[in-house]
Design a protein around this ligand. Structure first.
Ligand code: GMT
Length: 373
């Protein structure tokens, strides 16, 4: 098939999933056209069957806000006509689903629109009165809609009065990239022998509750020799640096900032902490499990669909930091338990979240939408 993909090309999970899906579909023989304002950061090297089409918003002085959404719709329509696309698969409802619906109106009904909802496009923006109705419009007018967890499907139905089916298609990982690696020589650079390493990766927005990460780590380091690796950047970072200094644990916390390639870094860790307020899926938890790293996360959104409590990690209520710290200590002190979680996580990813399985689910959906089969 000839497929246009639009996503946020930056470090967020939705952009990662969209880009990795595009790469997989290209490997499976589809012609993929990324239509985004920047080259998706995960695209990397040249790929046969993948083209990139940039979007440029006009910055004419009369505009207070450059009309990016219109430029995107117009570019989608242009690419769809030139390359005779069968469908546009857009990731994240705003503005992508709305732009795609507009492009479809410009090109004709034969161009189908598949929208994937990723989380904050519903759970945060869906509550905003300035966007709520237009998000609903984008969903209603898409030919097919998917969401990345059962929890997000339910939240979408609860928030919007949509009567169309929303198919749950989980996030996935490429297990050729995410697998337990021998990183012992790199690990020596971060931890002393006998020390454990805890990891948190996020965009350091309030929704990720990075302060809870520091609280949990502070409790754990009082009982077990360990360090904390923080990967990512975001608005909460200044607060986090202050908190770390106040607690006097700066020598034990390593700040790595934004990183493009995290599979090796994940393999360094003994545990991943993800105490988010909201998390429609939690792609980083899946990446960790694939690399053999157990996860301690909050029992919210789609996380219980990813992390199996007591088998591949532990879940606790949002903000239950004492309980999460207790789980971390238990897991880090009990090598046999830790090893069983490592094995169960790798197996769970292989069984339920492999790229091949998920790419096939999207292909089947595309087939239904384009051929009605
Ligand atoms: O807020 C983020 O974490 C980024 C956001 C995005 O759209 O890039 O992530 C959302 O989509 C990911 C991919 O489907 C999910 O794995 C994340 O759970 C989801 N984030 C939230 O729901 C907060």
């Amino acid at each position: 098939m000839r497929i246009g993909i639009t996503c946020y090309p930056t470090h967020g999970g939705s952009g990662v999933v969209a880009t990795e899906l595009g790469k997989l579909l290209a490997e499976r023989g589809h012609a993929i056209h990324f239509i985004t304002y920047d080259m998706p950061f995960r695209l990397g090297r040249f790929h046969q069957n993948i083209c990139y089409h940039g979007v440029e918003a006009n910055r004419y002085a009369v505009f207070k806000y450059p009309p990016y959404d219109l430029a995107l719709a117009s570019r989608m329509a242009q690419v769809a006509k030139i390359y005779q696309l069968d469908l546009l698969h857009v990731h994240y409802a705003v503005p992508h689903a709305i732009a795609a619906v507009l492009a479809k109106q410009m090109v004709g009904d034969h161009l189908k629109v598949v929208t994937t909802l990723h989380g904050t496009d519903i759970t945060v923006l869906g509550e905003d009165p300035s966007l709520r109705d237009i998000i609903c419009f984008g969903i209603r007018n898409s030919d097919a809609v998917t969401a990345v967890s059962d929890s997000l499907v339910k939240q979408t139905y609860d928030l919007f009065c949509v009567d169309k089916p929303i198919e749950r298609i989980y996030n996935f990982v490429d297990t050729r990239v995410y697998y337990p690696r021998d990183v012992s020589s790199l690990r020596e650079k971060y931890v002393d022998p006998g020390e454990k390493l805890l990891l948190h990766i996020s965009n350091f927005r309030p929704v990720k509750r990075p302060e809870d990460v520091i609280f949990i780590f502070n409790r754990v380091q009082k009982e077990i020799p360990c360090r904390l690796l923080l990967v990512g950047e975001g608005p909460e970072m200044p607060k986090i640096i202050e908190q770390v200094e106040k607690l006097g644990i700066a020598s034990k916390v390593i700040f790595l900032g934004k990183q493009d390639e995290v599979s090796q870094l994940i393999s360094l860790a003994d545990l991943l902490l993800l105490p988010s307020e909201k998390e429609s899926f939690g792609l980083v938890a899946l990446e960790a499990m694939a690399c053999g790293v157990p996860v301690i996360a909050s029992n919210t959104g789609g996380l219980p669909e990813v992390v199996e409590h007591g088998r591949t990690g532990f879940l606790a209520d949002v903000g239950a930091v004492e309980e999460m710290a207790g789980y971390a200590v238990r897991l880090l002190k009990d090598e046999a338990l830790h090893q069983s979680f490592v094995r169960a996580g790798i197996e769970r990813v292989r069984q339920h979240f492999s790229g091949e399985q998920i790419a096939k689910q999207y292909e089947d959906l595309y087939d239904q939408v384009v051929h009605g089969s």
